[in-house]
Design a protein around this ligand. Structure first.
Ligand SMILES: Nc1ncnc2c1ncn2[C@@H]1O[C@H](COP(=O)(O)OP(=O)(O)O)[C@@H](O)[C@H]1O
Ligand SMILES: [Mg+2]
Length: 230
């Protein structure tokens, strides 16, 4: 099923910007779209696609274990008026060397849930961006930002363990992962680290929780950025 959104003639705010971007991609002038009788309704998948980085906007999670995960999450979703909402469920740890398709599969999993009609609020960040964004600075409530990510019904945490670590990053990662662990919140994590190194890089508290809360998918193969299929 697809979620639809009513269009308002005067749109402001981030959601409106995304809507306007979608309309512009369809070649529709956002200012006249409300009066456009032939315009198709905007789907939840289209809205999500507008937030997904361009490289992964058409990503398909073709790895069988990831498809199974998406099915499982979709089935356990709480029923709602416009489709199931995301609820508690297992998390996924997508591991493998650089360029094996981890981020592609992770965004593919978000898209898979949306295309199954799951209504979800989701957030995505690389860990390097997360640490940069939460660094204390004047006029920014980092604690609130952290809570919002920790509570997001679905979180994609890309490249865990790839950023430079410190006691501060370890504590922050712990708080984020621990909240999601305690509340059984589905989290998609990608990492370059082999399992044995998760503990030394992230600390035992994080590694131990990840071991229990995630199903592990290991991607192999050449770096897709360097090897074009023939
Ligand atoms: N299953 C796939 N089908 C088509 N292209 C893919 C697939 N998986 C990855 N790619 C492409 O290969 C490149 C590397 O994938 P990416 O997910 O960024 O790797 P990683 O996150 O493991 O470093 C990207 O250009 C991505 O779009
Ligand atoms: Mg990646």
């Amino acid at each position: 099923m697809t979620a639809t959104l009513a269009r308002a003639p005067h749109r402001v705010g981030p959601l409106a910007e995304r809507l306007n971007g979608i309309l512009a991609n369809r070649g529709i002038d956002p200012d006249t779209a409300a009066a456009e009788p032939s315009a198709e309704p905007v789907t939840a998948l289209e809205l999500a696609d507008a937030r997904i980085p361009a490289r992964y906007r058409r990503a398909l999670a073709d790895h069988p274990r990831i498809t199974v995960w998406a099915d499982q999450i979709a089935h356990t979703g709480r029923p709602g008026p416009s489709g199931p909402g995301i609820a508690e469920g297992p998390s996924l740890l997508i591991a493998g060397p650089t360029g094996t398709g981890k981020t592609h599969q992770a965004y593919g999993a978000v898209r898979a849930l949306l295309s199954r009609g799951v209504r979800l609020r989701w957030e995505a960040t690389t860990t390097a961006d997360l640490y940069a964004r939460l660094r204390p600075r004047a006029g920014h409530d980092a604690e609130r930002d952290l809570q919002s990510l920790a509570r997001s019904p679905l979180l994609l945490l890309d490249d865990l363990g790839a950023a430079k670590t410190s006691e501060w990053t370890e504590e922050l990662t712990y708080r984020l992962i621990n909240h999601r662990y305690e509340h059984l919140l589905p989290t998609l994590i990608t990492t370059n680290l082999p399992t044995a190194e998760l503990r030394t890089t992230l600390g035992d508290r994080v590694a131990s929780r990840l071991a229990e809360m995630t199903e592990r998918v290991v991607l192999t193969g050449p770096d897709r950025r360097r090897h074009q299929p023939t």
